[in-house]
Design a protein around this ligand. Sequence first.
Ligand code: UDX
Length: 454
Amino acid sequence: MNEQKGHVIVLPYPAQGHINPMLQFAKRLISKGVKATLATTPYTIKYIDASSVHVEPISDGYDEGGFKFAPSVEAYLESFKSVGSRTLSELILKFRESPCPANCIVYDSLFPWALDVAQKFGIYKAVFLTNSASVCSIYWHIKLGRLNLPLDKEMFPISLPGLPPLHSSDLPSFIARPADHSAYLAAIMEKFEILEHNDWVLCNTFQELESELVKAMDGQWPLLTMGPMIPSAYLDQPTEGDTAYGASFWKPSRDKYLRWLETKAPGSVVFVSFGSMGSTTAKQAEEIARGLKASKKHFLWVLKESESEEKLAREFLSRLGDDGLMVAWCNQVEVLAHKAVGCFVTHCGWNSVLEALSIGVPMVAVPQWSDQPMNAKFIQEWEVGVRAERDSQGILLGKELEKCIREVMDGRKSEDIRKNSFNWSQTAARATGVEGSSDKNISNFINRLMAKNI
Ligand code: UDX
């Protein structure tokens, strides 16, 4: 390999659900002989396994701890834009003095300003979409003026190219309730204004998974499907030791849950996890505990909540003996891949959905916000699980959860759901395996990257 070519700076938003797939992408590039540097905030670096990737700091203007110190989402994104642009430029200049200058920035879609930085230095630029291509296509139609917000009740179900008919409850919350999420919506729409200016639009999905949509968007974006970006141990081309993403904001109590899982029969455990950003109120936690108890299944539940809420659920669980285990954090992919796990109750974050789909675990979809309702819609479309309904207060009641778990694990359709889940895991493995659709796309990306003289 010519050392002067092929150095990618990967710039994720500093949140677990964004770092995971982008770090995995960096690792995939490294495994194919390309130099990759993860650029992230100083307070994030300590959570990243430095043996997996080279990491460099860039600042969001809140070096003492980021987002939680910012007065608002708007202020945080604005600060990241101004301070981040400057520190990213400094990093590129620093690499210019090295034997391997950077010739590409792969940036999180929440940082559209990184495109200007790449253009300033005349290097390749690629936006990384951490949502599904289907979700992103909806924002695209808004940008083109085919959908106007707020949406009119009369318009439902909405019919869009490459997508099934969509009801209000299927739409990303930023679109269904734009007034509640104006800062995020503005940041998202900003990226769609400039999408065509990128050399690539990298999407963490695979062609077979969203085939109709990929066809419908053909020629509109420089789209490259290259996922699922999950640790390769769970796919077709395992790299030794790649069993975790290599970034974790919380510490997994690994020994505890692995020991517990080992004592359970294959396919008997319900795994409950609502991702890194969501929160579970005390009332909701109690309903979940009630539903799990009524299902009479073993369960492993990740609850990283405030002490009082956690205490409440723990008290409830203490009466359940060995049936359930609660942990504050785990290596989720490792748990999903454990033979004891037979069902995943998920908030439908896109990473979680891709992980369960690739590992072949049936799901109960409990979407909360953002892109999650749309991901839940697809869990139903792919027939790999069921969607749980909330009551009029937005609470998932215990009896609804119990019903859904039974449907997925023992119900009339459970055999088909298991079969479909297995089949999707095979398709995901083929997509990432040698000459699979995603693998070919990554190779094309690398070939073009290596051809550019800086
Ligand atoms: C959010 C959005 O929901 C998601 O759709 C978007 O594309 C990225 O940002 P988040 O809500 O955290 O992410 O959910 P998810 O996308 O599922 O990501 C969570 C990640 O944390 C997953 O990769 C999961 O494996 C990991 N995780 C979660 C753990 O490793 N351990 C846990 O205990 C819980």
